[in-house]
Design a protein around this ligand. Structure first.
Ligand code: GDP
Ligand code: ZN
Length: 310
């Protein structure tokens, strides 16, 4: 490695300008170099990427990004035009799906879609149940049992009552974190109570135009506690990032053991006879809301496959 190369974390990409935080804690603007510049040749630098940067050789020159490190995880969207995934943010340490049972009411389909996106990209995920001040302990326990049975940790919080916030804060380290959830569940209130230095409305940055909201798909990182917060506008509407229906069931961790007893190896756990997942559903071991979310996403992926003529 050349002596003057520095490790850096990409915090924002706009066009060909890439902003990074270097290992020395400096925030600088860089330009992409060589093969990294050819966007359509595969690699595309995104927020969360770990890169090596080179300082300007002489005044007036720009910092350059020399190389990109392999990603340990990613959140992606599906791009219909070229039937491929588009990475939105890389190296996410943990994604928190934020939900509330009331105001707004819970939408299981939404929660499950976000969990699927995390699972697909190898991002560890947990569920934050906010606004617990509005519901009974039984309702909290029921929700906790549902997602715990799928292998996810549930963190009950109330920003209003100041409950559960220490548990959540204690989990956060120096990595990149994402908080995703429906509008109004309390994401902004939550992150600002964890880090009062933040002042932002998650999911809406850069999202307003004169003609109403447009979908921004770039994401950016904000300093958050000892680490970073990734804003991922629109991720909830992206759907399943993959193109293979067969991989979808793998994104439902609780299906795995039951799927081993399906009669057909290619079982999609929808219409086939003698399906282990559907047996578990009838026995109450696989939850109805989870199977419904699965079928909804499966239908979309199958329709997509048909459209692209595969
Ligand atoms: P976001 O759209 O997910 O970022 O939601 P906001 O953070 O803007 O919060 C939406 C509304 O819910 C605001 O009026 C908050 O004051 C309120 N809110 C946030 N957390 C709680 C909570 O724990 N309990 C109650 N009752 N209201 C909350
Ligand atoms: Zn099956």
């Amino acid at each position: 490695m050349q002596a003057n190369l520095k490790e850096a974390l990409v915090v924002r990409v706009t066009g060909s300008e890439v902003r990074v935080d270097t290992q020395d804690g400096e925030r600088v603007s860089c330009v992409l170099r060589g093969r990294l510049r050819k966007e359509d040749k595969g690699v595309r630098v995104v927020a969360g990427d770990l890169v090596q940067v080179m300082p300007p050789r002489q005044g007036g020159d720009a910092w350059t990004i020399q190389s990109l490190k392999p990603r340990s995880s990613r959140l992606s969207r599906f791009v219909e035009r070229d039937s491929s995934e588009r990475v939105i943010v890389a190296n996410v340490e943990r994604l928190y799906v934020v939900a509330s049972l009331r105001t707004p009411p819970i939408h299981y389909d939404f929660v499950d879609r976000v969990l699927v996106s995390a699972q697909w990209g190898g991002v560890s995920a947990a569920v934050v149940l906010n606004k617990t001040d509005l519901v009974s302990q039984e309702e909290i326990d029921g929700f906790d049992a549902l997602y715990r049975s799928c292998g996810y940790t549930v963190l009950p919080t109330s920003v209003l009552a100041g409950e559960g916030l220490e548990v959540l804060t204690a989990e956060l380290g120096t990595g990149v974190y994402a908080f995703v959830g429906a509008s109004g569940v309390g994401k902004s209130a939550l992150v600002m109570s964890i880090d009062p230095g933040l002042d932002l409305k998650l999911g809406e940055i850069g999202g307003k135009t004169g003609r109403g909201r447009h979908t921004t798909t770039f994401s950016q990182l904000y300093r958050f506690g000892r680490g970073y917060l990734a804003d991922t506008p629109g991720i909830q509407t992206f759907g399943y990032p993959g193109s293979e229906p067969a991989e979808l069931a793998d994104c439902f961790p609780e299906f795995e053991t039951y799927a081993q007893s399906c009669r057909f190896l290619t079982c999609t756990h929808s219409h086939e006879p003698d399906c282990g997942v559907k047996r578990a559903l009838e026995a109450g071991d696989v939850r109805a809301t989870r199977h419904t979310s699965y079928l909804n996403i499966l239908a979309e992926v199958e329709a997509r496959a048909k459209r692209s003529g595969r």
